[in-house]
Design a protein around this ligand. Structure first.
Ligand code: KG4
Ligand code: ZN
Length: 342
């Protein structure tokens, strides 16, 4: 079974070809392309929805042609088109879903709408096999921070989430306070190397609350006051910025990791998956590996390029659902606010 995956929910245009064997559930990625719009949006300090849609429109068709060419395949070889139907930016989603619908009609290929978050949840399967159910997924991106109890395919229970800013948003907003460009997560990660994480006393929000929720807006405010305390980002030395970046990274990662480990213990699910853009953070990955080992929790981390938005995860999620007979013929539309819970 060959699936063409299409992802245009935010600021990455991505396409992928995945070939899987429905009997065994195993397969491999044949080809993929990811075109980031980061440089365009960086000028505005964040994603501009209308600009994102226009860029998807230009980038998507030649990217599909190019993966087919690389794989020496034709439309007649494609068994299904999997497209992100939500959640995401309405205009951006419409570009991917309209293209997919047109291609499906012209080439007589069935189309599968995929939930973007389900793509992230199942992404570790791209490396071979999915962890045994049940497992816990920490989903941390620019727009989401949630802990999901994955009891089986399509059986997802959100057991914790942020009450305000997402973890990626906290990285991005804090970076902005330090005068760093968008997206701030990777910028902070680079600056944090060699910085003294203990110099600035930053809070670990919600860590001692007896629940699995998060809150990051207070941390961002604490960063704002710490920067002001030095006289603003222009007055900060390179060392000040490095120490502050290390402090921010350490505070965010400590909360994420400790709550994820707590979720595994509480749910008696000793397997943990991390997904979403922030899961590319090396400090988070290292801290998680250490703390999880202490509690005998197996950690599954997708390759960093499959932590951020990509189409391989969309094709893979469609493949897993198809082989389990979970996709019906229901009518659907682009759904900017599609809830994960089923
Ligand atoms: O999943 P994603 O690519 O897009 C969505 O938000 O859906 O996640 C993007 C977020 C941004 O907030 C970015 O700053 C953050 O992931 N990010 C990182 C790193 N790479 C990306 N945060 C911390 N460390 C990184 N290495
Ligand atoms: Zn995402």
């Amino acid at each position: 079974m060959i699936i063409l995956g299409i992802e245009t929910s935010c600021d990455e245009t991505a396409v992928a070809l995945y070939k899987g064997d429905p009997k065994t559930g195993k397969g491999a990625l044949i080809a993929e392309r990811i075109a980031s719009q980061i440089e365009t949006h960086a000028k505005f300090g964040g994603v501009v929805p209308e600009v994102a849609s226009r860029e998807h429109l230009v980038a998507l068709p030649p990217m599909v042609d190019s993966v087919l060419e690389e794989a020496s395949l034709h439309w007649s070889d494609i068994d299904h088109i999997a497209v992100t139907a939500g959640p995401g930016l309405m205009g951006a989603l419409l570009v991917g879903t309209s293209y997919a619908r047109a291609a499906a009609m012209v080439n007589d290929v069935p189309i599968i709408p995929v939930h973007h978050m389900e793509g992230h949840l199942l992404a570790p399967g791209l490396q071979g096999e999915l962890p045994a159910f049940p497992f816990i997924t920490l989903l941390v991106s620019g727009g989401h921070t949630m802990l999901v109890h994955v009891k089986g395919l399509s059986q997802y229970e959100v057991i914790g989430q942020t009450l305000d800013d997402a973890a990626g948003e906290c990285f991005d907003k804090s970076a902005r306070l330090l005068g760093l460009p968008y997206p701030g997560g990777p910028e902070i990660a680079v600056l944090a190397q060699g910085g003294d994480a203990k110099r600035f006393k930053l809070p670990r929000p919600m860590l001692n609350r007896d629940n699995l929720n998060f809150s990051f807006s207070g941390l961002k405010t604490a960063v704002m006051y710490a920067v002001k305390g030095i006289g603003g980002s222009e007055e900060m030395s390179d060392t000040d910025k490095k120490d502050m970046a290390a402090g921010i990274e350490s505070a965010i990662c400590e909360v994420l990791v400790k709550k994820s480990v707590r979720a595994c213990v509480q749910m008696d699910a000793p397997r943990l998956v991390i997904a979403g853009g922030v899961a590319a953070n090396q400090h988070l990955r290292a801290l998680l590996a250490t703390l999880a080992k202490e509690k005998s929790i197996d950690v599954f981390m997708p390759h960093p390029k499959h932590c951020t938005d990509n189409a391989a995860m969309i094709a893979y999620a469609a493949f897993q659902n198809l082989r389990s007979g979970l996709f019906g013929d229901d009518e659907w539309d682009a759904m900017p606010r599609w809830a994960l819970k089923r």
